[in-house]
Structures are given as structure tokens and as C-alpha cells.
Ligand binder design. Structure first.
Ligand code: NI
Length: 171
């Protein structure tokens, strides 16, 4: 099923998600399938479970937008092991539609995570994938990319969002 994407302002986005302790269950596999489906419909390259209102440490990533099945990644309980180098680039979030900002991130990032069966693995990504690793892992800690931009830009963004909320244009 396709879940609606939770938007900025919902507290689930700014809470630490709970670690996953049960693996390889039909429910977990179904949730992961639904997360990919919801992400593709929303045209994102990454989606964290809190973005569909589920406060658990699960994220999916596909930097190919569904073009290459080998790019489908499931990250459960991910942790950043290493971040090297720097990259500057625009970043957005499905939960904050209509906004993009420059965010400096590591260029090469190594994660440790578990797959749907609970097996641990380490993976290194560069460029867009490194950015997605950091963005999605932060979601699972209740942190949004806008915490990386200046307070001035963030306040401006929040004012614009409030306006949209008042106009009924944000749910
Ligand atoms: Ni996001």
C-alpha cells in the first residue's frame, strides 16, 4: 500500500525512532515493500519510516529512482561509522515539499546497518548515496536537514510553511 507522507510539523519527524528488534517477519517485509512503493510514488530517492508515521529505525534508499533494482537499499538500525571529505549540494525532503537548500555533507560515508533478515553489513557510499545515508540516518534520530542550514533561512522557511498550513495547503 502507498502511505501518505507525513509533513514537517508532525512530532513523529522530530522524535528518536525505536530500534528494530524482530527481523524477517511478514509484517517487516510488507512494511519495507510499502516503503519502497510510497517512496516511488512520491518520487523520492530515500524514505525513513517516521515519514509515513512509523517511529521505527527503518529507511529505504534508491538513488536510481526505480531504474536499477540493484540500487534498492534497506537500512535497519543504521549507524554512521565514518564520514570523509566534503560535498556541497542542494538537498530536499519529501516531508518538506517545495523547499530545497544547500547543505554541506560528507562525500564518502560508511554505514553499519542490518537488513530485513537482521544480518549486519557495512556499506560505503559516495556523492548522492553518501548524502542519502546521512539524511535518512538523521531522520531516524528525529533530525531534519533544515537543522544544517542557517537559523535565518530556517526561520524564513518555517514562516512560509506556517502560511501554507493556515491556507490548508500542508497536509
Ligand atoms: Ni527527508
Amino acid at each position: 500500500m502507498v502511505y501518505p507522507i507525513v509533513k514537517f510539523g508532525d512530532p513523529v519527524l522530530e522524535r528518536e525512532a525505536e530500534s528494530v528488534t524482530e527481523f524477517d517477519t511478514p509484517e517487516l517485509h510488507q512494511l519495507i515493500d510499502d516503503m519502497f512503493e510510497s517512496m516511488y510514488v512520491a518520487k523520492g530517492v530515500g524514505l525513513a519510516a517516521p515519514q509515513i508515521g512509523i517511529g521505527r529505525k527503518i529507511a529505504v534508499i534508491d538513488v536510481s529512482n526505480g531504474e536499477n533494482p540493484g540500487d534498492k537499499l534497506v537500512l535497519i538500525n543504521p549507524q554512521v561509522v565514518r564520514s570523509e571529505g566534503k560535498q556541497e549540494g542542494e538537498e530536499g525532503c519529501l516531508s518538506i515539499p517545495g523547499f530545497r537548500e544547500q547543505v554541506r555533507r560528507g562525500k564518502r560515508v560508511t554505514l553499519r546497518a542490518q537488513n530485513a533478515k537482521g544480518e549486519s553489513f557495512e556499506m560505503t557510499g559516495e556523492d548522492l548515496l553518501a548524502r542519502a545515508f546521512l539524511h535518512e540516518t538523521e531522520h531516524l534520530h528525529g533530525r531534519l536537514y533544515i537543522t544544517h542550514i542557517s537559523a535565518l533561512k530556517r526561520d524564513l522557511m518555517k514562516r512560509k510553511i506556517k502560511k501554507k498550513q493556515r491556507a490548508g495547503d500542508w497536509d
